[in-house]
Design a protein. Structure first.
Length: 319
């Protein structure tokens, strides 16, 4: 089920990304689209055919998107509804501005003219003709641009990376092999998410603590159920709740570098009581199961119950 959700999510993302491109390039060849969006031609044609069923209730000629496949060439005629000017709320505009400004700081985005124009328009909307700065500053600490470029290259080519990473809690520099899954922005920083070979677990690495990046030729397969929003939710608190656990010193030495910890204290026996933002019950249950015997005194009780249910479900698969 998770694999199906992941596949459908990626397909929807591709369709939403591809649609504006086809509109801007009427008559574009299917083979060009397949190469640009890295999808098999047959699968991409199915995506386009799906658009024929998209539109507003009523589903009359003026309500649906029309896709024209003339040989190998594609054109899209948007429904009448989509020809109307899109109006967004101030909160939505602010979210778009913040997200766009964050992406614009990435290496290689200096020439992204469409993004620059969109940010300029949003900037003007905030000012409402006042001719002044909106007073919004979006600053992320990406670390070395060369390192971030290397991580982007690995994500694009779906290959692994060898990194040197500085642990803030221990002040140690470690060499790691990571299978990168994605980059997310949270709390003023960029984070690399992926499978860490040193620990054998899924980890997050702050990119400004990465001191060296070497892109390898080792192929990487991103899990079909990988969801970047689950990580953003953990940092933002959106759709999340507070989780309190106790972990031993060996785990605490790295744990606070990788998870959204809001409070921590050392107990009499050396264990650490940690409070963190959990990006939903499933997220918390997965974390607790991964910690195994290295966690105790989980609060609230429903998080512990969810973890036990998840562990039982996993065990049942191997019976």
């Amino acid at each position: 089920m998770a694999e199906n959700r992941g596949r459908l999510s990626r397909r929807l993302e591709r369709i939403l990304t591809m649609l504006p491109y086809v509109i801007a390039h009427p008559g574009v060849e299917v083979t060009e689209l397949a190469a640009k969006f890295e999808a098999p031609t047959k699968e991409l044609v199915k995506d386009l055919e799906m658009l024929w069923f998209c539109g507003l209730p009523g589903y009359g000629p003026g309500d649906l998107i029309e896709v024209s496949l003339d040989g190998d060439r594609v054109s899209v005629d948007m429904a009448d509804y989509f020809s109307k000017t899109l109006r967004i709320t101030p909160a939505e505009a602010l979210a778009l501005y913040a997200g766009g400004a964050a992406v614009s700081s990435l290496p290689g985005m200096e020439k992204a003219e469409a993004l620059r124009r969109a940010l300029t328009k949003l900037d003007g909307a905030f000012n409402a003709g006042a001719g002044e700065s909106p007073g919004i500053s979006v600053t992320l600490e990406p670390g070395s641009p060369a390192h971030l470029e290397g991580l982007q290259e690995a994500l694009t080519s779906k290959t692994g990376v060898e990194i040197e990473y500085l642990s803030a809690s221990k002040g140690e520099l470690t060499e790691r092999v990571v299978e990168p899954w994605g980059l997310i922005a949270a709390h003023g920083h960029w984070y690399l998410v992926g499978l860490d070979h040193l620990s054998g677990e899924e980890r997050m690495f702050r990119t400004d603590r990465v001191k060296k990046v070497v892109v390898t030729d080792d192929p990487v397969e991103v899990p079909p159920d990988f969801d970047p929003d689950a990580y953003r939710g953990a940092f933002s608190g959106h759709g999340s709740s507070t989780l309190t656990i106790e972990i031993p010193p060996a785990v605490a030495s790295w744990f606070e570098d990788y998870y959204p910890v809001t409070a921590a204290e050392t107990l009499a026996d050396g264990w650490r009581r940690i409070t963190l933002i959990a990006g939903g019950e499933r997220w918390a249950a997965t974390l607790i199961v991964r910690l195994g015997g290295d966690v105790r005194n989980v609060e609230p009780p429903e998080m512990l119950a969810a973890a036990r249910a998840l562990a039982a479900s996993i065990a049942a698969r191997y019976e």
